[in-house]
Design a protein around this ligand. Sequence first.
Ligand code: NI
Length: 248
Amino acid sequence: MLLQHSSWPEVEAYLARSRGIVIPIGSTEQHGPNGLIGTDALCPELIARRAAETVDMLIGPTFNVGMAAHHMGFAGTMTLRPSTMIAALHDWVSSLAHHGFERIYFFNGHGGNIATIKAAFSEIAGDPVLSEATDRRGPVRCKVVNWWDFEPVTNLCRDLYGASHGYHATPSEVAVTRFALPQAIKNVEMSPKIAPLGRYSDAVSYRAQFPDGRIGSDPSLATPQDGEKLVELSAAGLAGDYLAFLAE
Ligand code: NI
């Protein structure tokens, strides 16, 4: 069930049987020569939609601009300051809690968001309105999980790509978008085949170290078929983990 496609009476009826919601959260940032700018938001969004076909789960709007300051050397990247993102996450959770939601599961697609999401959770935990029960709900609890965190997903990435998986603009995330959005597939030859590894401190050093945006990856290995397998495995992981979170 998608919040954006629901009416308020449908949401009210949902709240009578469940207090949980999944918020896909990602980023709008460069993903190398063949990866979509929206990759990190699209992956958790479409995996969550797949999971919602198998269990009773409400999917909220995707939080689709995150912490991407180090990608700002590449055209199209958008970023939030950490303070803006923390404030926005606090407001999203407060809005949902107002209506009775008490389990907010953030399904993440961007490693660079994690520190800021955790900081937002600390603020939310310290909010006396959210941390205490009201006549409409119990205390609000939040959780964040990355779409690749589930063991079968990690294992498949290792088996499919080995040392070509890398850390940014990976073949796994590109495969997921190639499966979901075949019309947006871009065939680009990678040079070098596997991108370099290294360290960066800001957007300028990132671009200098990783001229085409990739880190350690060969996303030309991505196929829609493998993307479908990754979506299925991650959706199954999400469905189980979400239900366990509701039952805690
Ligand atoms: Ni990514």
